[in-house]
Design a protein around this ligand. Sequence first.
Ligand code: F6R
Length: 613
Amino acid sequence: MCGIVGYIGTKKACPILLAGLNRLEYRGYDSAGISTIEKKGLSLMKDKGRVKNLSNLDGINELEGTIGIAHTRWATHGVPSKENSHPHQDNSKTFSVVHNGIIENYNELRKFLTENGYTFYSQTDTEVIPNLIHYYFTKDEKNDKQKYLRAVKNACMDLKGSFAIEVISSLYTDNMIVVRKDSPLVIGTCEDEKYLSSDIPAILSYTRNFYLLNDFEFALLTRNNIEFFDKNLDKINKKVQNIEWNSSSAEKDGYDDFMLKEIYEQPKAIRETIGSRINLNSKCEFEELNLTKEYLQNLNKIYIVACGTAMHAGLSGKNTIEKLCRIPVEVDIASEFRYRNPILDEKTLCIFISQSGETADTIAALKLSKEQGSKTIAITNVIGSSITREADYSIYTHAGPEIAVASTKAYTSQVILINILAIYFAEVLEKKDKDILNKLKSDILDLPKKIEETLTCNNQIKNFAKQIYQEKDIFFLGRGIDETVSKEGSLKLKEISYIHSESYAAGELKHGPIALIENGITVISILTDKDLIKKTISNIQEVITRGAKTLVITNQKLDNDMFNVVINIPDTNQFVSPILSIIPLQLLAYYISKEKGLDVDKPRNLAKSVTVE
Ligand code: F6R
């Protein structure tokens, strides 16, 4: 939700900021703006629309400043408009601020500032921040070195909610101040340049050395130096972290869209996720975890909590953990879990899945579980993300940066990781026959090759997309593990093609939804669960009788004449079948979106990382 970029160095800031915004546009794209420190004071250029719009504004190429901040917005408070775009300035135009997050008490602060003579020009929550900084700055009678920092700090201590903030000032022409709470912000460092961003990939082409800020840590930057302070403004030391991702992973590399690239990156991503965690003749290794047999034996329940696609990955984790370990698993949507007073104690283990590691609801659900005495494990893709700072244990998918808003490789890598975790639990518990676990492990090791084979359905899917891209409603069916995939397939389609779609457990169909099936409607079914295939086929038969057009994804030999299109995928272990069966559905959503001429990577109303409730 919103992306922020910053630069302080020796080069012109504007082109660097615009390049950063372009790379960060997947976080929000309804308006964009920049502010730089110029000889005459602070520049401010912003407008609604995409970053391209901003790049074309008159005068933008004349900006000379070597320090600047920039923002791409996903509107929360106030419609997309020039006034509501960031950066925002205080009334005297001394401070420019960009902000990602939500200020929950902005109404009170606005009232307070209005009573103190400030005027507001936007409907945003953010505009209170520069004015509050100005308020504290002018009230402060001490004129020492820390005056600027103190004003920013005092303003931040009044804010309730979440924020990552960058501040520049016309009075401090060699500095920038940044701070975060519950919203992401990283600082990339080179000798005499510092790059700031909401996400690492946006600045990966400049450096691989990053500082990751914790909540309420302030950084005072100059070109050659960074000083870190805690909320009492006492100096703290922070270690620089080296990030392994390479910069080409944040580029399209010849693909038309990031989504297609990321679909095709899945064999590699899965290899990375498996890493050295699976060994055929020894136990699975998670050096990050130290859960004992006694602890796992005493568990009453495991919760898997996440949002959207990550929650769908959790559903496949439930299937494997319950079958291998016989521990009850409940999968919950984070935004529901956190408010439904879940039954938690030291006998519940809570697993949180989040690609970005920044999803507000998932993090809040994790905090709640910890407070109530449960152990917490975070599964995430982003090293140092907020969730990893909260969880008792963090395990990484290592899928590489995912830029397209619609999640693909992150999903399959989450599915594989939670399956490996289930094997690890089963081995610690000594619950399952070694041969069964070894068979599953060897099937997991074969997956990257089988994903490559599955991807050869590309043309078949492309042709099917041409036939159905104008449809208004599409249904997805599956049973057991296939139902979890049909949910994910349906979500993918909605997100990027804007076609209404529903996913149903095939057996539920005749309890209501079959009333919607009429002549010519498309029904997509996943058939990989050998024990349930016959049952699902009976349900498909019911929709065929009512005139439905059917696409079937299967790893079994079927009577192909029964269906309009059959996509054959390689057979694999039932537990990990979602990793293969989702691929045709990812491609289908992609090609339908392309046929409709939509922006695949940046679907309307969505943003990559949902850092607000
Ligand atoms: C869909 C999608 C979203 C995310 C959800 C959680 O393609 O990407 O449904 O899965 O917003 O995001 P993370 O995993 O970052 O917590």
